[in-house]
Unconditional design. Structure first.
Length: 181
């Protein structure tokens, strides 16, 4: 499903433990790490898609988590031109996402990356709240920052943790380096 502007509706999941660390997962066969996310089907609400994706990708059900909140609106990112499938219709130029912040209320041993017949991740770990901003692919970075900034006060009511220099991406956010004026 793609909207009239070319964006695919999607949910993003920030899963936190009691210590305020967030769930970070590696895509199968790649050195690419990300938060769980997935498309919203035509008949689903964002919350229904959240629980379906959580089950498929992480192996957790509604009783394993508490929804702390979600972003107020859609957060969008565009795909780089090389990733746009120009021969498919409708053309998808990016994703628009509602982000959810969840707290794990069950034991972390409940996580099962292979629960579905088609696992997306082969490894996971708990990381510092801002760590994902450093490691996520460049075109998703701005959305990650916005989601973490908006939802962070729900997890850290006394103030967001300091964003260490090590969580900032090295060099330019643009994949080919700095643009010349």
């Amino acid at each position: 499903m793609v909207d009239s502007d070319g964006f695919r509706p999607n949910v993003g999941i920030i899963l936190a433990n009691a210590a305020g660390k967030v769930f970070w997962a590696r895509r199968i066969g790649q050195n690419a790490w990300q938060f769980p996310q997935g498309g919203i089907k035509a008949h689903e609400t964002p919350e229904e898609a959240l629980y379906r994706e959580l089950e498929e990708e992480v192996g957790l059900g509604p009783g394993d988590v508490e929804i702390m909140g979600c972003t107020r609106g859609w957060l969008r990112y565009r795909l780089p031109r090389r990733l746009i499938r120009n021969h498919s219709r409708p053309i998808c130029i990016g994703q628009k996402q509602v982000w959810y912040l969840l707290r794990l209320v069950s034991d972390e041993n409940q996580v099962q990356l292979d629960r579905s017949g088609h696992p997306e991740f082969d490894h996971w770990r708990w990381v510092h709240y801002w760590h994902p901003v450093k490691e996520v692919v460049f075109f998703k970075r701005r959305v990650y920052v916005r989601a973490l900034q908006e939802l962070g006060p729900l997890l850290f009511p006394d103030g967001l943790p300091h964003r260490p220099a090590s969580s900032r991406p090295r060099g330019s956010a643009h994949p080919r380096g700095r643009r010349r004026a």
